[in-house]
Design a protein around this ligand. Structure first.
Ligand SMILES: Nc1nc2c(ncn2[C@@H]2O[C@H](COP(=O)(O)OP(=O)(O)OP(=O)(O)O)[C@@H](O)[C@H]2O)c(=O)[nH]1
Ligand SMILES: [Mg+2]
Length: 299
């Protein structure tokens, strides 16, 4: 890890909830380091994704979607994205529709930091034709002095190479901050808890996904069966949510567990035996001590 001839930089990926920020970071890294879902407010932490190619290293920070949160958890989450802006060399601003007041609120933050912002128009695969893309691009004209505009599809890996090339061009001489093979700063435990949360987001609706936290309680290698025995605790706010998560005869929890286990097996290339428990903690999203316990303390 010498600084000889190497270039590096930090970039925050920001935008409204659900625009595809985490999908983009996964696609850039060709690895699943951030969970994704079709529900807003999926990402709750700042997640580093480290992209190393040749002499260049880019540390991308995936951030929670910016929105005005009501409870303490959401207020905290919203702060993560804003504070990330102050710690980076450039910003990737992801949008999936034309300019509106919601985007203007985010652009106001860029005005105060004055660093390069790459505007990414995501989900172009959903648009009917090129003029629909142009319409979105035009709506952002004059709103900020963007470093460039990149119509992409994060899920289909369309045009992301142009974005990466241009980011690479603005990197300055600097050391590698992580060993070349490292792709994220998250612990294995955090990743496992997140994979479980992703399945909860997939299998539940309305307030249940948002009222859920997951923590890994124990990890033990079982020599006899050559498995990693993982016990995870799923926290919800109300008895009714617990009932929904468990499902009829435990069917939903079983489904969540099976899917999460397959993801964990694949990611870590090992056999996991996963046990899930559901526990009710009333109003945990508004209680500081609980937020800290579940990993949502001030970052
Ligand atoms: N069709 C299409 N869907 C996409 C694309 N990129 C992301 N999505 C979908 O958009 C949804 C949201 O993606 P995420 O990556 O979780 O969005 P996010 O911006 O990280 O969301 P938050 O973490 O909640 O802020 C998921 O259902 C993705 O599969 C894309 O290029 N095309
Ligand atoms: Mg996300």
């Amino acid at each position: 890890m010498t600084s000889n001839n190497t270039k590096s930089g930090f970039g925050a990926i920001v935008g409204r909830p659900n625009v595809g920020k985490s999908t983009l970071i996964n696609q850039i890294l060709k690895d699943k380091i951030a969970i994704t879902s079709n529900k807003p407010q999926t990402t709750r932490h700042r997640i580093s994704g480290i992209y190393t190619k040749g002499n260049n290293q880019i540390v991308f920070l995936d951030t929670p979607g910016m929105h005005k949160g009501k409870d303490l958890l959401n207020k905290r989450i919203d702060k993560i994205a804003v504070s990330s802006l102050k710690e980076v060399d450039f910003v990737i601003f992801v949008v999936d529709k034309a300019y509106s007041l919601a985007e203007s609120y985010i652009i106001e933050y860029f005005n105060s930091i004055k660093i390069p912002v790459f505007l990414v128009i995501n989900k172009i695969d959903l648009l009917p034709n090129k003029s629909a893309i142009d319409e979105i691009i035009i709506s952002y004209l004059g709103k900020y002095d963007f470093k460039g505009v990149y119509p992409i599809s994060a899920s289909n890996d369309t045009n992301i190479n142009y974005l990466l090339d241009d980011i690479t061009n603005i990197l300055e001489d600097g050391p590698f901050y992580y060993p070349e093979e490292v792709k994220t700063d998250q612990t294995e435990q955090t990743l496992m808890a997140e994979f479980i949360r992703e399945k909860i987001l997939y299998y539940t609706e309305e307030e249940v996904p948002h009222a859920t936290a997951v923590i890994i309680e124990s990890l033990n290698y079982n020599k006899k069966y050559k498995t990693l025995d993982v016990t995870a605790l799923i926290i919800v706010e109300r008895d009714s949510q617990k009932g929904i998560l468990i499902g009829k005869n435990g069917s939903k929890l079983k489904q969540i567990g099976t899917d999460a286990r397959l993801d964990i097996n694949k990611k870590f290339d090992l056999k996991v035996h996963l046990t899930l428990w559901v526990k009710v903690k009333k109003d945990w999203r508004n209680r500081e001590s609980e937020l800290i316990r579940y990993g949502y303390g001030n970052e």
